[in-house]
Structure formats: C-alpha cells, structure tokens
Ligand binder design. Sequence first.
Ligand SMILES: [Zn+2]
Length: 134
Amino acid sequence: MRPSSVKIGPFTYEVRWDAERAYNTEGQEIPWRKVWGYSNHSHQIIYVSPNVHDNMRRVTFLHELLHCCAFANGVQYHVKLPEEEWVNRTSPHLLLLLQDNPEVREFLFGSPLPNSDDVEIIDNGHTSAPVGAS
Ligand SMILES: [Zn+2]
C-alpha cells in the first residue's frame, strides 16, 4: 500500500500518487514529461508521476524523500555540498523518517524493518546491525 503522508523531521508531507500535474511553490505546473517526482516543500506535498512503472515510482519516491530529508536539515536545492557533508546532514533524517513511518518502510521494502528499539546507537554515530537481523 502506498503511503498517503510521510513525517520528515518537523514536517508532514502529503503524497500524491495520481496527480495529473505537479506544481511548484509558485503554483506553476511541473510537466510529467520533465520529471517523475517533485517535492513542494512550501506546501508539503510530494508528487510521484502516475506515468511510470511501479518500480520507478518506488525509486522516485525515495529520491523525493531524500530531497525532503535534505530540506528538513536546511540544505537547499541550489546548494552544492561535498558528499560526506551531505551524507552526514541527511542520514539522521533518513533514519528518523524510516523509524517514524512504518508504512513508508513497508512500501519501499515490502516488509517491516526491525523496530527502532532493536537498533543500537554506537558512540561514533554509526548504528549497529539490528539485533537478530539476517
Ligand atoms: Zn531530485
């Protein structure tokens, strides 16, 4: 089942899977022939094109989620960051997103991931493998 909303940091985005059009912050149409997904941060809407294969919609949704994680951490679209800095800034929001939105995990991975209580945070900021994960 496709999630209809997703909580990312302090924001809750509506997810529109079947919109005929996406719209940017200024209300201008974003044609599906140019993009497969679009995150409108000011209106907190994630659009996913209905015109691509389900596998591509899943990848596109994850792509937009990463944009939303970056936005939640103050990274603007036009700002170019070194890879390590981007990963450091984005990974905590991605982890919280997956912890806070079980329906997103199930949509992306097809089955629930371990409960966040099963993941141990290690001092260096990295996480251990989930207990009992195969
Ligand atoms: Zn993008």
